[in-house]
Write a protein that binds this ligand. Structure first.
Ligand code: SF4
Ligand code: SF4
Length: 180
């Protein structure tokens, strides 16, 4: 009796397992052929803090107030500034130790002048940690696509069709960023 019961249970279990297998056989694959194919990044995706440019002056919006540097829990933002003749701070350099950033977004939230944005760049890995120390020019460059200042900006869909039209190895990335 026990043997028959065991056979019955094993058969049911086997059939259930096969059911899961066949169900997934019919599903569309979710795997992307990275890096030729890129994911559409969701709204609010955090890559790395970047500086925004003031449209009217073409310079960094940052006023060198230092609030972001004081807010960062890791102390990885460094502001280099001088006092101008009108007693306003002039930003010389803005340094971010990007390799240590935990993308918490606190610096962006703390900035009273909307000078920072979380850029969506996620391909910044480097073997040399020194190359992950980004200065003002690099951070302004990373902030260029986000001049609208919308933190919920949604990345345009990657042009997969165009990438597929090219021979393998020539496909150009459509999202993400570049390391230095
Ligand atoms: S995102 Fe967080 S850890 Fe990174 S620089 Fe801003 S406050 Fe610091
Ligand atoms: S809080 Fe904003 S304005 Fe002040 S130093 Fe940081 S980025 Fe510049």
């Amino acid at each position: 009796m026990n043997t028959l019961e065991d056979i019955y249970r094993s058969s049911v279990s086997f059939a259930k397992g096969l059911g899961v297998t066949f169900k997934n056989l019919l599903r569309k694959p979710v795997t992307l052929q990275y890096p030729d194919e890129r994911p559409v990044l969701p709204a609010g995706f955090r890559g790395i803090p970047a500086l925004l440019t003031e449209k009217t002056t073409g310079k960094a919006r940052c006023t060198a107030c230092g609030i972001c540097a004081r807010t960062c829990p890791l102390g990885i933002i460094h502001i280099d500034s001088v006092l101008g003749p009108d007693k306003k701070r002039i930003l010389n350099d803005y340094t971010l130790e990007a390799g240590r950033c935990m993308v918490c977004n606190l610096c962006v939230e703390a900035c009273p002048f909307d000078s920072l944005v979380m850029a969506k760049d996620y391909e910044l890995a480097d073997y040399d940690p020194d190359r992950l120390v980004f200065h003002k020019d690099k951070l302004l460059q990373l902030g260029q696509p986000y001049e609208h200042g919308d933190p919920f900006y949604v990345e345009p869909a990657p042009k997969v069709a165009a990438a597929e039209a090219k021979p393998a190895g020539e496909a150009k990335p459509s999202t993400g960023g570049e390391g230095e």
